[in-house]
Design a binder for this molecule. Structure first.
Ligand SMILES: Cc1ncc(COP(=O)(O)O)c(C=O)c1O
Length: 360
């Protein structure tokens, strides 16, 4: 990890409009590192209740469990697939944090969620691994909370093959992210921050080389991933716009299809989604549409992990599944297919044909 990684961090922070960016191996460890840094900085306390989106990827909630926090699942709205202020309200005052997933490039009323969290003293963090480039209220998703995470896995908006990022404007949290990324030592801090830490612990220059201040791991990326990131950054606008244009075509194909739940994105300025969800009105229709896509040679998958509280790991470590009827319905009646900037016009036409309501 050297010059290429540093350049990618600076370029990504500038593009996202945040002060600091910390590059790591993948989006999952970006989440793990962020939660560890929140604990190390005493911003979260062990056992604290942290809300999360029931419709998410497992490594959003796994770090909460792994690091001894208490996860509180929140159902999504069918119209946005995201947590809403209405869904958040009943538990908001019990929470110390909200680790919100911005699902599939969409969001609900995120500005209101930010304001409600601020009023209740709840720290908002965004898992933005699925929503690079989406905009609501003139602001990029990932810029509503204290910090946000990103994934650069193949198939996500930008790819470093494997890669992830944590962004924040908070200098103290940034220092904890740097310490937590690499063994708990101070070597990646700037000179004054390292000197402060050494003085506070009475560490001299010799022992500073191997003094470990906080719980950490080794999440360092390599220069190869940094190089790939730097190569990708100039394409940000192009990949975001193409995905947004593809999404607009898919949405238009679904406009007259009353067999599928309608997505409401009217409040968003830009939807940069990387997989297109289709949520049918009943399981019979879901079976028919899945067969239709299979038959057309389109690879489809469940909509993320569905209600993630029903997954075996969650049941083993936390509790019985939580009542999240909308996330259940998305899992039972839904599927998604990839939205890629390289989709050709013929492929888009084929995909739109599968989305239209069959005649007769
Ligand atoms: C919401 C969310 N969080 C975290 C991740 C993990 O990212 P990665 O695959 O880079 O580990 C993903 C991956 O798809 C995701 O969708």
């Amino acid at each position: 990890m050297s010059e290429q990684c540093r350049r990618f961090e600076a370029g990504f922070a500038a593009r996202q409009g945040r002060r600091f960016a910390v590059f790591v191996d993948n989006g999952s460890v970006a989440n793990l590192l962020l939660i560890q840094a929140m604990l190390n900085a005493d911003r979260f306390r062990p056992g604290g209740k942290i809300g999360f989106s029931a419709l998410t990827w497992p490594t959003n909630v796994m770090p909460l469990i792994q690091l001894g926090l208490t996860p509180v699942p929140l159902d999504c709205e069918l119209a946005t697939l995201n947590v809403s202020p209405r869904g958040l309200a009943p538990v908001l005052n019990d929470l110390s944090g909200l680790f919100l997933t911005n699902v599939l490039g969409f969001c609900d009323d995120l500005p209101r969620i930010r304001d409600d969290c601020a009023a209740a003293g709840v720290t908002l963090l965004e898992d933005n691994c699925e929503s690079l480039g989406s905009v609501v209220d003139g602001r990029l998703l990932g810029n509503f909370g204290l910090a946000a995470t990103f994934s650069f896995f193949v198939g996500h908006h930008m790819s470093t093959i494997e890669g992830g990022m944590v962004v924040t404007d908070d200098e103290e949290l940034y220092e904890h992210l740097l310490i937590g990324r690499t063994h708990g030592w101070d070597r990646n801090l700037d000179a004054s921050a390292a000197a402060r830490l050494r003085a506070g612990h009475g560490v001299d220059d010799f022992y500073a080389r191997y003094t470990f201040y906080e719980l950490a791991s080794n999440f360092r990326p390599t220069e190869i991933a940094g190089f790939l990131g730097n190569t990708q950054l100039p394409y940000w606008d192009e990949i975001v716009t193409r995905r947004a244009d593809n999404f607009a075509r898919f949405a238009a194909a679904l406009a007259d299809n009353d067999e599928v739940h309608r997505l409401d994105v009217g409040h968003m300025d830009l939807v940069s989604n990387f997989a297109m969800p289709v949520v049918c009105r009943d399981p019979g229709l879901a079976g028919r549409y899945r067969a239709r896509f299979d038959g057309a040679g389109v690879e489809i998958r469940p909509v993320i992990a569905g209600n993630v509280t029903r997954q075996p790991f969650y049941r083993r470590h936390v509790s019985q599944p939580a009542a999240c009827p909308n996330a259940d319905l998305v899992h039972e009646n839904g599927f998604y297919f990839g939205n890629n900037p390289e989709l050709t016009d013929d492929e888009l036409t084929l995909l739109c044909a599968q989305l239209r309501k069959p005649h007769g």
